[in-house]
Design a protein around this ligand. Structure first.
Ligand code: FMN
Length: 362
């Protein structure tokens, strides 16, 4: 099966099947209600800077697609919507276009549709290792990217019949890439990044990490469906067994921030309230992917509508916590309960210190 046709399989399964993790990762977090916000809602400023450009809100449409002729329209609608709303956009892995130049326009069309916003390119860490850091320039030129996300997806590779499981020297390849003139972001794809892995990445020179933790799309789940379709019973079982493998998104945000990275929250970010919670625990930006796939198969305005609801909920969260701007959200009182609290404690973090002054100690 080619990289390009696999892309269509993934989209079809994501549109037709329940592919999310069972848990709702942000449910354990509560922003403490401020009955006296003492601000005028009209004065709230949700804007921020990302990769040297202005955003209307700290939100990114996470990497999804491109790489098959039929995915071009989806990418263009996502791009038009991101441009209209004033948020950032990631494209899916550009590997297929490296293998077949004719597919380049399924990615480059994005920049034509969204000339002003930050656009993030995408490549797998294993492909980065194969092609070498020089490939970053080529990927960036293809879409006039502001940065390239290097994705880690070893859970998915483990469940994929054609999966590439040679993870040796990936950190070294990322270290070389971090020295390139093209800014990079290291990104998981639904299994999260621990403090240990984040520390390795930061030492290798990585500045921005997109955690993509457990709580949203499950690639093990998607691959379980694909395995079932071709009658591979054992891989189907593996996909089900590892469906929710990984680090929950909020835990991963806190751990990666503690390691010293700038953090993008993703994996189960399902509303502007989840964006606000992400920022309150240390993320600078939050991304969402799966909820936008169906709207993007319809038209640009369906995506705009979905994203405007995120912006609205972010604003309301800021009003009800008395946060006039994004930076104030990072200091609002917060409660952490349930599994997230247990995770943090089991990992040896001093949660009380974190909740009082957002300082993490072990
Ligand atoms: C159809 C689809 C394709 C995706 N392809 C990529 C990809 O090529 N590269 C990547 O880094 N992440 C990819 N992702 C993962 C998302 O960027 C994101 O990390 C993940 O879906 C978790 O976010 P969510 O729960 O909001 O969907 C894809 C997600 C979807 C739904």
């Amino acid at each position: 099966m080619t990289t390009s046709s696999r892309k269509l399989d993934h989209i079809r399964i994501c549109l037709e099947k329940p592919v999310e993790s069972q848990s709702q990762p942000f449910e354990d977090l509560s922003l403490v209600h401020r009955a006296l916000p003492e601000i005028d809602e009209a004065d709230i400023d949700t804007s921020c800077r990302f990769l040297g450009k202005n955003l209307k809100a700290p939100i990114i449409i996470s990497a999804m697609t491109g790489g098959h002729p039929e995915t071009k329209d989806i990418n263009v609608r996502l791009a038009e919507a991101a441009q209209e709303v004033g948020i950032a956009l990631g494209v899916g892995s550009q590997r297929a276009a490296l293998e077949d130049k004719r597919l380049e326009d399924t990615f480059s069309a994005v920049r034509d549709a969204a000339p002003k916003i930050p656009i993030i390119g995408n490549i797998g860490a294993v492909q980065l290792k194969r092609y070498g850091p020089e490939v970053l320039e080529r990927l960036a030129e293809m879409i006039d990217a502001d940065a390239i996300a290097v994705h880690l997806n070893f859970l998915q590779e483990s469940i994929q019949p054609e999966g590439d499981k040679d993870a040796c020297k990936v950190l070294e390849a990322i270290g070389s890439a971090a020295k390139s003139s093209v800014p990079i972001i290291v990104k998981e794809t639904g299994a999260g990044i621990s403090q240990e892995a984040a520390s390795d990445l930061v030492r290798a020179g990585v500045k921005i990490i997109d955690v993509s933790g457990v709580g949203g799309l499950s690639w093990a789940g998607v691959e379980a469906y694909r395995a079932a379709e071709v009658g591979d019973y054992e891989l189907e079982q593996m996909g089900k067994l590892f469906w929710s493998w990984g680090i929950p998104t909020p835990v991963s945000i806190i751990e990666c921030r503690h390691a010293g990275a700038d953090v993008i929250s993703s994996g189960g970010v399902r509303s502007g309230l989840d964006v606000a919670k992400s920022l309150a625990i240390g993320a600078s930006l939050a991304g969402t992917a799966l909820p936008l796939l169906k709207p993007a198969t319809k038209d640009c305005q369906a995506v705009v509508k979905a994203m405007n609801a995120y912006l609205r909920a972010l604003r309301i969260s800021m009003f009800l916590t008395g946060s006039k701007d994004i930076s104030e959200l990072s200091r609002v009182p917060l409660v952490v309960l349930g599994r997230t609290r247990e995770w943090m404690e089991a990992r040896g973090f001093d949660l009380r210190k974190f909740l009082v002054n957002r300082e993490l100690a072990r």
